[in-house]
Design a protein around this ligand. Structure first.
Ligand code: NAG
Ligand code: NAG
Ligand code: NAG
Ligand code: NAG
Ligand code: NAG
Ligand code: NAG
Ligand code: NAG
Ligand code: NAG
Ligand code: NAG
Ligand code: NAG
Ligand code: NAG
Ligand code: NAG
Length: 441
């Protein structure tokens, strides 16, 4: 048990916390001390509302012009990576923070880089990155920890900036050379607490090869290990570092979490994703999908005009629950896909106009359940496929569909079987396949 305490104390100290170091006995591998119980055993801050890591949903990313390029100082200098340590919970490399700095990129001032460490799964095939992008988890993640400098020193309560790099597996062996050199030292630090010197020739830039460091995500989060201190400025680079499978596998086959002879290997060293809780992830450009979700619950009129000019996908969901009028006009000019779902439940009038000018696919689904009038006008000009499904269940009038140039046009109209039902349809394709179906239920 003394071992446990010492291992953890060492690990926690080495994680460079801005507040007092913790002696909480946390781990990755046992249910009693894993990330699932951190919110209980380290309630402040692991139970906070701005925790890391997160899943970055790229469609929700917002553009921010303050996210300029960084200036990295000392990242190309050798003899800046000093010791490599098995902390019992990760593999960590100490940096010469007097020589290594980051500024720019919307950061508040000059940050000194103190260490980097890794998170991984179980070999190159079982992923273990902490952050995810649209649910995708990479094999590994590298975190560079940096602290804000004040007049050349690093106070204990300095703001932290963390730089996350995804690591993707490549099919080579022993590549890149920098990673071969670094991982060659793992055998010397197999047991928790072991440390050794890193090759003088290695630079930080060597290890980050292939990453365009002007493209990144930014959000506010926390340390990803107890005490999970919040206020960390996160930068997650979009490009992964490509490392060959054999070198990634060394992390899960070489180092142990303990000193004992029966110690488990160090595997699955990552925290699960945390709730975003309304936080905004920013980047140089906004997400490629634009979503309009409008739900007025008691308005007499609802209008939505959604016009992304450079998105590949546009989705609009408009759901007035008790309005008398709903109008949606969706005009992407260069999208490859456009989808509109309009569902008024008790409206007297529903109108949808969807006009992609260069889309390859357009789908409109319009389902008023108790409207007296439904009109849909869908006008893709160079599309290869257009589908419209219009299903009023108790309407007295249904009008739909005027595609001009579709290669294939499908139209299904399902008015209810009332005596007053009137269905009108207009189809003006210039060529090719035309399918026209009117169903009376
Ligand atoms: C964590 O915080 C939530 C809400 O703030 C609270 O309901 C919950 O009891 C807290 N959990 C623990 C273990 O303290
Ligand atoms: C851009 O980011 C800065 C912080 O870097 C923030 O103060 C500002 O509100 C952001 N702007 C937008 C439009 O989100
Ligand atoms: C790696 O090799 C496997 C098996 O040979 C192959 O299926 C896969 O496409 C390759 N991956 C890459 C990224 O080249
Ligand atoms: C670490 O690896 C480098 C490169 O392989 C090697 O030169 C060095 O001797 C290793 N360090 C130790 C302490 O063995
Ligand atoms: C280290 O090994 C001892 C003996 O097997 C075990 O009781 C202890 O839990 C291990 N420590 C960790 C951090 O797993
Ligand atoms: C909806 O219209 C009715 C009558 O036209 C009006 O009394 C009511 O205030 C309107 N509701 C809203 C939310 O505008
Ligand atoms: C819809 O319009 C009618 C009359 O035009 C009005 O009596 C009714 O309150 C309106 N419905 C809503 C939800 O405002
Ligand atoms: C999105 O559109 C751009 C050009 O506008 C194109 O380069 C990119 O490949 C598209 N992405 C997808 C997923 O289609
Ligand atoms: C549509 O998608 C293709 C590839 O899927 C891409 O090359 C093209 O740029 C996209 N067009 C637009 C206008 O985004
Ligand atoms: C539809 O209009 C009629 C007459 O204008 C009105 O009596 C009825 O309440 C309206 N329906 C809804 C759901 O507002
Ligand atoms: C979209 O349609 C154009 C021609 O209209 C075609 O050249 C292109 O390959 C299509 N793109 C996709 C992704 O189907
Ligand atoms: C305004 C109007 O035409 N309302 C009619 C809607 O349809 C129902 C029956 O489906 C009629 O009862 C309403 O008078």
């Amino acid at each position: 048990m003394v071992n446990v305490f010492i291992t953890c104390l060492a690990a926690c100290l080495l994680h460079i916390l801005p507040s007092a170091p913790t002696s909480i006995s946390w781990c990755y591998h046992k249910a009693s001390c894993s990330d699932l119980v951190w919110p209980i055993i380290a309630e402040k801050d692991c139970n906070g509302t701005q925790q890391s890591p997160i899943d970055i949903v790229t469609t929700n990313v917002q553009a921010n012009t303050t996210l300029t390029p960084f200036t990295f100082t000392g990242y190309n200098q050798d003899a800046t990576l000093t010791e490599i340590t098995n902390t019992g919970t990760t593999i960590q490399v100490t940096l010469d923070h007097k020589k290594m700095h980051v500024e720019g990129g919307g950061l508040p001032g000059l940050f000194a880089s103190t260490q980097f460490h890794f998170h991984w799964g179980n070999g190159s095939t079982t992923p273990g990155s902490e952050h995810r992008v649209n649910g995708k988890q990479y094999p590994m993640e590298l975190h560079i920890v940096s602290k804000a400098e004040h007049n050349g020193s690093l106070p204990n309560d300095s703001i932290l900036a963390a730089f996350g790099f995804f690591i993707e597996a490549s099919n080579d062996t022993g590549k890149p050379e920098s990673w071969k050199i670094l991982t060659s030292n793992l055998t010397e630090i197999a047991s928790a607490g072991d440390k050794t010197r890193v090759s003088d020739k290695l630079t930080m830039d060597d290890l980050l090869s292939g990453v365009d460091r002007t493209k990144y995500y930014r959000y506010l989060g926390s340390l990803t290990t107890p005490n999970c201190d919040e206020g960390v400025i996160w930068t997650i680079f979009k490009d992964p570092i490509k490392v060959s499978q054999d070198l990634i596998d060394l992390f899960t086959t070489t180092v142990y979490i303990n000193k004992t002879s029966n110690s488990p290997l160090m595997t699955n060293t990552f925290r699960g994703v945390q709730p975003i809780n309304g936080r905004i992830v920013m980047s140089q450009i906004a997400g490629t999908k634009i979503t309009g979700l409008l739900m007025p619950t008691s308005a007499n009129k609802t209008s939505a005009i959604i016009m992304p000019t450079s998105a590949n996908k546009t989705t609009a969901i408009i759901m007035p629950t008790s309005a008398n009028k709903t109008t949606a006009s969706i005009k992407p000019t260069s999208a490859n896909k456009t989808t509109a779902i309009i569902k008024p439940t008790s409206a007297n009038k529903t109108t949808a106009i969807i006009m992609p000018t260069s889309a390859n696919k357009t789908t409109a689904s319009i389902k008023p359940t108790s409207a007296n009038k439904t009109t849909a006008s869908i006008k893709p000009t160079p599309a290869t496929k257009t589908t419209a499904i219009i299903k009023p269940t108790s309407a007295t009038k249904t009008t739909g569909l005027k595609p001009k140039l579709g290669l294939k046009t499908t139209r299904i109209l399902k008015p209810a079987s009332t005596a007053t039902t009137l269905s009108q349809a207009y189809i003006f394709p210039l060529s090719v396949v035309m399918l026209y179906v009117v169903l009376s239920l």
